[in-house]
Design a protein around this ligand. Structure first.
Ligand SMILES: *Cc1c(COP(=O)(O)O)cnc(C)c1O
Length: 482
């Protein structure tokens, strides 16, 4: 049966609000708003009571998958549960009602929060300084690469026009480097799933500005030779960039700064728990080593005695990366999360993320191929090759079938170095019971692929919309599900 949409429920005169009688004189609208901006006809809005409005939004929220509904094991995206206290603090009027142009004397609390958050992030990653400006991970990458560019220019090394990117990298890495004007050179991985040091050695020449990599990398493996790599890169006069979107595996255990990274970005919306995935605001702060400090984006927040100030007096700065100071509400959420957990809690986050990933992997190995050897860190990457070759069931089909079991699909076909990739990141916030259910679902799908492949090929059948032509769907958006 077709569900009633809110417009169908509209009846003239039904109201979702109650206001006391207006005791102000009524001014003609034309005296307040220029008539060219006024509607010629009333807006066609549904007239419904509050109860129907609430049901409407609850129904909409259920049409989609979200982490408050069930596990969302999207590899590399760290879809952890976002504690609701984060929303409470970011909604406090002292934060949410501020105007970014208010004088600093009246925004001391917000400046203190940003100052302290940058200090905590600095400590967590072992960097010399942190800017909170970038609006997302990819924006942080661009900021970091511009800092690297400025550094080399200041060294008189402007001719360094190449950026090395390891082939397991997130797609944003080469994209950000290209946007900053670099030629991208891909460095190969070895049979172990880690960076091939010999290939790196060959590609490191005097034109290389930096090497960019993720540690643990996107198949969830820790780059064991990172200190040797750092030495090779630094001996070449190049810098080392860490994509820190995978910090969920490292908190309280090890620090990029100690590994020798010069620049890194954090994904606050991933590791430090702000809702993300629908294209909402993110935050991608950048941490840097001592030699890059002069180039930080302006303004920076300085503390003088007990007072916080915005300083623009930075002659070597790369300039602003964003209007104002970053996505402040996401910063409040990350601050709340870090303060709530403390250093021991943060370490437990990563320990449990790693345990959960290895536990889940151990349950799935009987039915799916693991192309690179375990143990893994916070995520792992299976291959659906066996199912594809034997039964004609592709990774896409397996991912779609998972939706029928009530789970979000993993990341698929990424990274490119794994064929038919299923990249799974359970995160620390899933219980053993949920992990068991998720494993049962994937194992059951593997059995279906063997015995009734047509069921998997037809999936999903229980979702509001069935299988979509995804390329078309993003161009001809039709959100009406009937
Ligand atoms: C998510 C992610 C990014 C990009 O972050 P955005 O906030 O989506 O721009 C970069 N690298 C890795 C490894 C990621 O997982």
């Amino acid at each position: 049966m077709r569900e009633k949409l809110i417009f169908d429920l509209s009846r003239e005169g039904r109201k979702g609000y109650s206001l006391s009688k207006n005791d102000c004189p009524e001014l003609p609208l034309e005296s307040i708003i220029p008539s060219t901006f006024l509607r010629k006809a009333p807006a066609d809005l549904p007239e419904v009571p509050e109860s129907e409005v609430v049901r409407h939004f609850v129904r909409l929220s259920n049409l989609n998958h979200h982490v408050d509904k069930n596990m969302y094991p999207l590899g590399s995206c760290t879809m952890k549960y976002n504690p609701k206290i984060n929303d409470y603090t970011s909604d406090l009027p002292g934060f949410s009602a501020l105007h970014p142009l208010q004088p600093a004397e009246t925004t001391q609390g917000a400046l203190q929060l940003m100052y302290e958050l940058a200090e905590m992030l600095r400590e967590i990653a072992g960097m010399a300084a942190v800017t909170l400006q970038p609006a997302a991970g990819a924006h942080g990458e661009l900021t970091g690469i511009l800092l690297i560019k400025k550094y080399h220019e200041a060294q008189g090394g402007a001719k360094r026009h190449k950026l090395l990117v390891v082939d397991s990298a997130h797609g944003t890495n080469p994209a950000s480097a290209a946007l900053a004007g670099y030629e991208i050179i891909s460095v190969k991985g070895n049979a172990d799933g880690r960076t091939d040091l010999e290939d790196l050695r060959q590609k490191l020449d005097s034109d290389v500005a930096a090497l960019m990599l993720t540690n643990p990398n996107t198949i969830g493996l820790f780059e064991k030779d990172i200190q040797q790599m750092a030495k090779m890169v630094h001996d070449n006069g190049s810098l080392l960039y860490m994509d820190g979107a995978n910090m969920n595996a490292l908190l309280g255990i090890t620090r990029p700064g100690d590994m020798g990274f010069d620049v890194m970005h954090y994904n606050l919306h991933k590791t430090f728990s702000a809702p993300h995935g629908g294209g909402g605001p993110g935050s991608g702060p950048v941490g840097i080593s001592e030699k890059l400090v002069p180039y930080l984006p302006v303004p920076i927040i300085v503390k003088e005695g007990t007072t916080y100030k915005l300083s623009y007096d930075r002659p070597e700065s790369i300039g602003r990366m964003m209007n104002f100071y970053g996505n402040f509400a996401v910063l409040v959420r990350a601050y709340t999360y870090i303060r709530m957990l403390g250093p021991d809690g943060l370490r437990r986050v990563s320990e449990n993320a790693i345990i959960n990933a290895n536990y889940l992997l151990s349950l799935l190995l009987e039915s799916y191929d693991l192309p690179y050897p375990k143990p893994v860190m916070h995520e792992f990457c299976l291959s659906g090759d066996r199912q594809k070759k034997a039964y004609g069931v592709r990774t896409l089909d397996i991912a779609k079938r998972l939706l029928d079991y009530g789970f979000h699909a993993p990341t698929i076909y990424f990274p490119l170095i794994v064929s038919e990739a299923l990249m799974i990141e359970p995160t620390e916030t899933e219980s053993k019971e949920t992990l068991d259910l998720f494993a049962e679902a994937l194992l059951s799908i593997a059995r279906e692929a063997e015995t009734t492949p047509e069921v998997v090929l037809a999936a999903p059948v229980t979702t509001p919309v069935k299988r979509l032509d995804e390329a078309m769907a993003s161009r001809q958006l039709n959100i009406c599900c009937s």
